[in-house]
Write a protein that binds this ligand. Structure first.
Ligand code: PA5
Length: 533
């Protein structure tokens, strides 16, 4: 990789404080020209999407996450008012919580926030909380339930401890029917009741109008309900109430996040490939993966606060692009696998394999020029004076040294990489990163001809899980009907009685026995273990 190639392909936007170096992806000189017709078609599809076309044909939905930061682009006054009005309500609600106008039932201000959601209803809020939080100075401390793991729930509740009475709970679910989130809500409500607290006076919902969650929140008189619209996908919902409400409550400048996203949208909306960083990213993904996911995308931010960015992108990219069928209904099994953590920490973990092992990936390095991000964000953060760890060298210099060193070490072994550089990590630049990747995913989806905005695989998993729960109910009913025999029955016999799968029955019975719901007489071999009520 040469200096002249770097100069040829380096994209820098000093107004945004954003730069992109694609020169270390070994595409040939004519690659961008060859792809230009496809890229122009992708720009046209994106323009249609932004003006309200049905861009999610399977679900017959518009795709409107770009309107969230420029409501005036939304088709129709009703949508524009809904976006602006909701934003205003979010600001107002957060201000009232901060001022104490909305307070905990004991009259104390709400000082802690528990966010309950999963997937697109959790990953964005978690990313923002971790990337932009100022521990000790945030308006509210924040914790999450993002699963139906009872032990994980207990862990979070134990950490909340005595702050429960001053805890505000935001339950987020677009569909309002996601089991993990419903369970988290029920577990949280039980914890409040056990502490003599009325859940409704602590709970807020973010959900689709008329959903199951919306109905519960309305019937129980929760503190507030915020809308989630069908034209915003879960994984692109960070900049609607899903992400903005928790962020505003934490004290993060949500207007700066929106402004950052809008500024990147402005640049990446332009159909000039060489001046469009989202288009360049999409084209690099296409070249590196041969347009069929042949290589994995490793995300390596050299910034602790961006640790969760790789998880966030994992969902955004894999749930959007990982599709069995293309738009014509042909089986294509598309996708790009995404993983990553942070540098330089990963240097001491899997980077060994990246440099010397199987060459089945390309790296995206994310560099943040400013070492200490807490000053200048308008929140009175602490800016510690850099110390020198060696003469003329700071820890931040080492961080950059490791990034540049690893990049060179990979290039030497013909491992391709992209470098994305932002001036500093702030609400504005995080909004920019989110918008950049949202558009890159949308453009790439057009290049490979798939619907990036549905998730049939997620729905399939949800259906399969409810089948298992139904089987469990039948097994328990059969055991109860059998009364209390001296000897129990095998998993196989019970499965036959309820016309269920023996393997699933065995797994379910083992779990029930481990949790004391059924009794188990263990025999050897395992398949003759006996279960009874
Ligand atoms: O991106 C998506 O669509 C999914 O990951 C959803 O966000 C996730 O399944 C949670 O769904 P819901 O918000 O309806 O509870």
């Amino acid at each position: 990789m040469t200096w002249s190639r770097f100069k040829e392909y380096f994209y820098q936007n000093t107004e945004l404080g954003l730069a992109l170096d694609i020169s270390r992806i070994p595409f040939p000189e004519d690659f961008l020209a060859t792809k230009e017709p496809a890229m122009q078609a992708a720009f046209s599809a994106m323009a249609a999407l932004e003006s309200g076309a049905i861009a999610n044909p399977d679900e017959q939905r518009m795709v409107g996450h770009y309107w969230l930061r420029r409501p005036e682009l939304a088709p129709g006054a009703e949508l524009r008012d809904a976006i602006s009005g909701t934003l205003q309500r979010i600001r107002q609600f957060a201000a009232e919580v901060h001022s104490g106008a909305i307070s905990a039932p004991d009259g104390q201000p709400f000082s802690h926030l528990l966010v309950i959601g999963i997937g697109g209803s959790a990953l964005g809020p978690q990313l923002v909380h971790h990337a932009l939080g100022q521990p000790g100075r945030d308006r509210m401390s924040v914790s999450f339930f993002d699963n139906t793991d009872p032990d994980g729930i207990d862990y979070a509740l134990d950490a909340i401890g005595g702050k429960l009475a001053q805890t505000l709970v935001v339950v987020i679910s677009k569909s309002g029917g996601t089991a993990e989130t419903r369970n988290g809500m029920l577990e949280a409500a039980a914890a409040f009741r056990a502490a003599g607290l009325a859940p409704a006076r602590h709970f807020v919902a973010v959900t689709g109008e008329g959903s199951q969650l919306d109905k519960v929140a309305a019937a129980e008189g929760w503190l507030a309900r915020f809308p989630m619209w069908d034209w915003v996908g879960g994984r692109t919902s960070e900049l609607c109430a899903v992400g903005l409400l928790p962020a505003a409550l934490q004290g993060i400048d949500i207007d700066a996040m929106l402004a950052g996203a809008a500024a990147v949208d402005e640049v990446t909306r332009r159909p000039i490939t060489r001046e469009n960083p989202a288009a360049l990213l999409a084209l690099m993904w296409h070249f590196a993966t041969e347009g069929r996911g042949a290589k994995d995308m490793v995300i390596l931010p050299y910034k602790d606060r961006l640790l969760l960015f790789s998880r966030y992108l994992q969902q955004l990219v894999m749930e959007s692009l990982g599709k069995e069928l293309d738009l014509e209904g042909r089986v294509v099994n598309q996708g790009i696998a995404v993983y990553g953590n942070k540098g330089s920490t990963d240097q001491h973990a899997y980077v060994q394999q990246l440099r010397e092992g199987v060459n089945n990936f390309f790296v995206t390095f994310i560099e943040v020029l400013k070492d200490r991000s807490s000053s200048g964000d308008g929140r009175g953060g602490r800016a510690r004076a850099p110390i020198q760890v060696e003469p003329d060298v700071s820890s931040g210099d080492y961080l950059q040294g490791f990034y540049l060193g690893t990049r060179d070490a990979l290039s030497e072994k013909d491992r391709g990489s992209i470098s994305l550089t932002i001036d500093e990590l702030s609400p504005r630049s995080l909004g920019m990163l989110i918008a950049l990747y949202e558009r890159a995913v949308g453009l790439y989806a057009s290049l490979i001809g798939i619907n990036a905005y549905h998730q049939p695989g997620v729905e399939a998993g949800k259906k399969a899980a409810s089948g298992v729960i139904a089987l469990q109910r039948k097994l328990l009913a059969a055991l109860r009907e059998a009364g209390a025999p001296a000897e129990g029955q095998t998993a196989e016999a019970l499965a036959a009685q309820v016309a269920g799968s023996p393997e699933l029955s065995f797994k379910v019975l083992e779990h029930l026995a481990a949790n004391g719901v059924v009794k188990k007489q263990a025999r050897t071999p395992w398949h003759s273990s006996l279960y009874r009520a």
